[in-house]
Ligand binder design. Structure first.
Ligand SMILES: *[C@@H]1O[C@H](CO)[C@@H](O)[C@H](O)[C@H]1NC(C)=O
Length: 491
């Protein structure tokens, strides 16, 4: 059989990498004509990501992994953000990516190179695709609402500069409270304090990175989004306008089994699952703030007080703040030291504090009733898949916008905070307590009911003839059609 080969290059962060790998596998399972290769960029500071890829590349056989040669790392002083650093790293990798793809193109006579997939932050590789004359696609692992924001950002930039930017600080704040941010992918005006932290600082390199990436999305042949029509009908509809590449919602693409294939501490995970087994059905609140989320000491103490006061059973994942600018959070060596004195003893009967945890396995457990989440898009999709209602506590990236969409537009989340910023805000114990009462409350709660409906819609979307199933079929037709010529016929 004549194989079509698809190559992926992903940002070395869990939020992008995990869904990219799953999407690559999903694509090849759907159509045996397709095969996939993932090009891996290694950032030495991200040891957890690196060990994840290592364990995955030894257990996943349906995707081919190629490690790109390491490059002389840029000095972290040259940039203000991880995104800024990443663009420098990517620039240095371009020559290697070009080399590896050229090799792939010439080495195999039985397969054709059908396309290169970049993600939201690896857009500079579009240049490589152009030089080699291969079609380039975008795999977008955040919601359609945020894709709409990104596509609108180049136009919005002018309005931000005139109506919003404080000339002294460079920060985006409305100059007049009557001025609203209208973004086509959101039904309601977006309060400016929902923008990602990097975007709020218009004079910093994070902002210019977002803007540069956003400008390039339109140069791709098509955009694949990890979402589904039934979840974000308005946002997806807003993207079908002329001048934009066609958009294919193919989600939810989740890493359900993959999470079990690796572990940092299998024994700890077993303890957690065993503890959950001992809890009554639908009784536990799970608190987790993502692979890059860590809260400071004062905030941890407020959470502890809130949990103790409301008395619900809880499983709480705590990570230690990163040590260096480009590091990810790590494991606390002494949890008791960051919590109120005696907290672990007093709550031992009804609560468990842990470090890194396999989130999907926890969400899938029948003991879980509610999820206090940082609202990363993968976490939202996982929670909906298992029908667990979310109370929102966004921390970084576009999570504030995700929380806004979930609570204010989709009615699928309950609000603890929408615009929380790490290091600036403090959620008080009583606020958390109020949020938990609602989250863990009655069966007939409107949000709980809607979440339950969305659970079944998310599953139907992937089934034969479901919206995402069909959308993936059309995407494959586009990919193969572009290679085989217009007379292509679906098999
Ligand atoms: C999907 O649609 C096709 C064509 O309409 C139909 O033949 C097939 O039975 C459908 N499959 C399912 C599972 O509904």
């Amino acid at each position: 059989m004549n194989k079509h080969h698809v190559v992926f290059i992903s940002t070395p962060s869990f939020g992008n990498l995990l869904p990219t790998i799953q999407f690559a596998r999903h694509l090849t399972h759907r159509d045996p004509r397709l095969s996939a290769t993932l090009l891996i960029i290694t950032v030495p500071q991200r040891t957890i990501v690196n060990s994840y890829i290592q364990s995955l590349s030894s257990s996943v056989t349906d995707v081919n992994f190629i490690y790109l040669p390491s490059v002389q790392p840029p000095s972290p002083d040259q940039c203000q953000s991880f995104l800024g650093y990443l663009s420098l790293v990517l620039d240095k990798h371009k020559v290697h990516v070009k080399h590896v793809i050229s090799e792939l193109m010439s080495s195999s006579t039985r397969s054709t190179l059908a396309g290169l997939f970049v993600d939201m932050f690896t857009t500079s590789m579009i240049d490589v695709a152009k030089q080699l004359g291969i079609p380039c696609y975008l795999f977008f692992a955040s919601p359609a609402s945020f894709l709409g924001f990104m596509l609108h950002l180049p136009a919005l930039d002018t309005q931000l500069a005139t109506d919003f930017v404080d000339s002294d600080t460079g920060l985006i704040v409305p100059k007049d409270s009557a001025i609203e941010l209208i973004i086509p992918s959101f039904e309601k005006p977006l309060p400016p304090n929902m923008l990602p932290t990097s975007v709020l600082k218009r004079n910093k390199d994070g902002y210019s990175c977002y803007l540069n990436h956003a400008r390039r999305y339109k140069e791709t042949m098509a955009i694949v989004i990890n979402t589904f029509l039934e979840l974000e009908p308005h946002a997806i509809d807003s993207l079908s306008v002329s001048g934009l590449p066609p958009v294919y919602p193919v989600g939810p693409i989740l890493d359900l089994a993959g999470a079990a294939q690796w572990h940092l501490d299998g024994a700890q995970q077993d303890c957690i699952m065993k503890w959950l087994d001992e809890q009554p059905p639908s009784s536990v609140v799970f608190l987790c703030f993502g692979s890059m989320g860590s809260l400071d000491g004062p905030q941890l103490r407020e959470i502890a007080i809130g949990l103790e006061r409301c008395g619900h059973r809880f499983l709480w994942s705590i990570r230690e703040p990163p040590k260096g600018k480009l590091d990810l959070p790590g494991e606390h060596s002494n949890l008791a030291a960051v919590l109120p004195v005696g907290f672990l003893d007093r709550t031992a009967g009804f609560g468990l504090v842990c470090g890194w945890v396999r989130q999907v396995d926890v969400l899938a457990h029948r003991a879980i009733r509610g999820f206090v989440s940082h609202c990363g898009w993968n976490s939202i999709l996982e929670s909906l898949w298992y029908g667990v209602p979310i109370a929102t506590w966004p921390v970084y990236a576009e999570q504030q916008m995700n929380a806004f969409e979930l609570v204010k537009e989709l009615g699928l989340g309950m609000e603890i905070r929408l615009d929380y910023r790490e290091g600036r805000d403090l959620v008080l114990a009583e606020e958390l307590e109020r949020g938990l009462r609602r989250l863990m409350g009655g069966e007939d709660d409107e949000v709980r009911t809607k979440v339950r409906e969305m659970k079944s819609k998310s599953r139907v979307a992937l089934m034969e003839n479901g919206s995402s199933y069909k959308s993936l079929g059309s995407l494959i037709q586009e990919i193969c059609g572009r290679i085989e010529g217009l007379n292509f016929e679906d098999k």
